[in-house]
Design a protein around this ligand. Structure first.
Ligand code: M6R
Length: 618
């Protein structure tokens, strides 16, 4: 949700900014822009639309020169996507430029005050108000004794007046060697180079230049020059600054020969599942082991209840987690939408642990849930993909997915990695309670077989494409299943919705008959997940109800099931596994199905309309 980059060094800033923005574009693509410090001026170029359709042409026709600059790619919150609302925004004096990710909640009050003082605004954004506010404070500070840190102090003054969230970068013509960055609620990192430094919303933007980063904390304000960076904190006397080493290379976030990131990430899954399992399977103890849970065995044993909070696709993973933990560990689990958990004041018994799931580790709703549980004195664990993300740093302990950068806006490999990690966690908790060594070994072996089975599934890509193209013009879809695969039906429908814009409903196959079955007709295909598990006969009976109403059926079934061919128009076969691990395998054909329908309809699958990869506002 909005990407920010800042560069101060010896190179021409604009190519560095443009390249960084391309790598951040998955965070938002409503518009993009750069501001570069030239000879006592700040040059701004900004344009509505995706970078290569707007900003890149703009810079080509009107180049900007200078070695200090900031850039932004936008996911609109205040004000519709248009050139005027694009960032960077200037202050009243046009000396200061600001890029911002977040929401300034009291922007209207501040705007009224600034309007009365004679300020003129050119956009409807909250960010322009922030730029003017910084400019107002800068002018006040400058009319006193002008110091090298005047811009930093002006930013601090302005932020003390602000209610809301921000990750921001600021430059000023009168301080031509400085970028000031600040964060509260929206991520921001410093990239440390050699004679050059960077600011960025996430490491993808700068990993081609440096592996050394500092993750800023809330209320940190950073002053970054070519030679150094200083961090202060608005809330405490001293800022905690720790230099971290990135664990991935620029190539990891390249598309390679794949047409889309989403397809690349789907095909990476044999490797990402292996990575999620690596070093965590303990055959000798018939259990799983984790380095970062930060809980003793006694503490883990004393957990009475787990609440899992997450959003979107991660919420679907949470539903599978509920089934897994309740079956393997007999521990009661409740799944909450992160945003509901925060505000509905749900009672939490004493020995309840909150577990949050998040690919990005930056989702504002999920972060708020984590903070709420901690505020109430509960331990909060996290399963996260992005190393060093806010959720990873603020949780009491957790498990990394090790899926590598996920760039496609539709989450695929991170989902399957979350399921893998949840399966391991359920075994770990189960072995401390009632799970037998024999059953645990069976689960662990089935998990270890999953990468090869996913490879086999991926070989069906062409057949899945054929089926997808056949149904690509349908306007409504149902995704149905029961038991462990019910959440996968929800996820399959979400995947299709977000990248193809087709209306799709994920539903319990059993619940259908209580109302939604009224929507079934010969034009409404149903993707039926019907593996040969303990629910098979009942799911088949539900399938017959759809069939009787002439609904076309695409079945996801277990290999060797010949009966299904008689009742489904099309069948995609899954390799055999144990029932609780069916979701790991069943996710893959649904991802490919959604992908091929979306491409057949000419949709931009990596940048679907209205979406952003990481939603850092509530
Ligand atoms: O990074 P997170 O896992 O916290 O993100 C949560 C959701 O925003 C995310 O899963 C979203 O639903 C994706 N677009 C799904 O493909």
């Amino acid at each position: 949700m909005c990407g920010i980059i800042g560069y101060v060094g010896k190179k021409a800033a604009s190519p560095v900014l443009l390249e960084g923005l391309r790598r951040l574009e998955y965070r938002g693509y409503d518009s993009s822009g750069v501001a570069v410090l030239g000879n006592s001026t700040v040059e701004v170029r900004k344009k509505k639309g995706k970078i290569d359709e707007g900003l890149a042409h703009e810079i080509q026709s009107r180049p900007v020169n200078g070695d200090v600059g900031i850039g932004h790619t936008r996911w609109a919150t205040h004000g519709p996507p248009c050139d005027e609302n694009s960032h960077p925004h200037l202050d009243q004096s046009e000396k200061i430029a600001v890029v911002h990710n977040g929401v300034i909640e009291n922007f209207d009050v501040l705007k009224q005050r600034l309007l009365k003082a004679g300020h003129q605004f050119h956009s409807t954004t909250d960010t322009e108000v922030l730029a003017h506010l910084i400019g107002e404070h800068y002018a006040k500070r400058r009319s006193g004794k002008s110091e090298s840190n005047t811009l930093t102090l002006a930013v601090c003054d302005a932020l003390r007046e602000v209610i809301g969230t921000y990750g921001l970068a600021v430059i000023c013509t009168e301080q031509p060697d400085v970028i000031v960055g600040a964060r509260r609620g929206s991520p921001l990192i410093i990239g440390i180079g050699d004679g050059e430094n960077f600011l960025a919303s996430d490491a993808n933007a700068i990993v081609a230049h440096t592996q050394r980063v500092v993750y800023l904390n809330d209320y940190d304000v950073a002053t970054v020059t070519r030679a150094r960076f200083d961090v202060m904190n608005l809330g405490t006397d001293t800022a905690k600054v720790q230099i971290s080493q990135l664990e991935f290379q620029a190539e990891d976030s390249q598309r390679g020969d794949f047409e889309h990131f989403m397809l690349k990430e789907i095909f990476e899954q044999p490797r990402t599942v292996e990575n999620a399992l690596r070093g965590r399977v303990d055959h000798e103890g018939a259990t799983a082991r984790f380095g970062g849970l930060n809980m003793s065995s006694a503490e883990l044993r004393s957990i009475e209840r787990i609440v899992i909070a997450a959003s979107g696709t991660s919420w679907h993973a949470a539903l599978v987690g509920e089934y897994l933990i309740e079956e393997f560990a007999h521990l009661p689990v409740e799944v909450e939408f992160a945003h509901e958990f925060c505000y509905r004041n749900a009672p939490l018994q004493r020995d309840t642990v909150l577990l949050v799931l998040s690919q990005s580790g930056e989702t504002a709703d999920t972060l708020a849930a984590l903070r709420e549980a901690k505020r109430r004195g509960h331990r909060a664990l996290a399963i996260v993909n992005v190393v060093g993300s806010t959720i990873a740093r603020e949780s009491d302990g957790g498990i990394y997915m090790h899926a590598g950068p996920e760039i496609g806006v539709a989450s695929t490999k991170a989902f399957v990695s979350t399921l893998t990690v949840l399966s391991l966690l359920a075994v770990h908790l189960g072995r401390m309670r009632m799970l037998s060594a024999g059953r645990a070994q069976e689960i662990l072996k089935a998990l270890e077989a999953a990468p090869k089975q996913i490879e086999a599934l991926l070989k069906q890509n062409e057949e899945i494409k054929r089926i997808a193209v056949k149904y690509a013009q349908a306007e409504d879809f149902f995704f149905l299943s029961r038991g462990y695969n019910f959440p996968i039906a929800l996820e399959g429908a979400l995947k299709l919705k977000e990248i193809s814009y087709i209306h799709a409903e994920g539903y319990s196959a059993a619940e259908m008959k209580h109302g939604p079955i009224a929507l079934i007709d010969s034009k409404t295909p149903t993707v039926f997940l019907v593996p040969q598990d303990s629910m098979y006969d009942k799911t088949m009976a539900n399938l017959a109800m759809i069939r009787a109403r002439k609904g076309p059926i695409i079945a996801i079934a277990t290999e060797g099931d010949e009966q299904i061919r008689k009742v489904a128009e099309d069948v995609i076969y899954l390799p055999k596994t144990i029932e609780p691990l069916n979701p790991i395998l069943a996710s893959v054909p649904l991802q490919l199905f959604a992908y091929h329908i979306a491409t057949a309809r000419g949709c931009d699958v990596d940048k679907p309309r209205n979406l952003a990869k990481s939603v850092t506002v509530e």
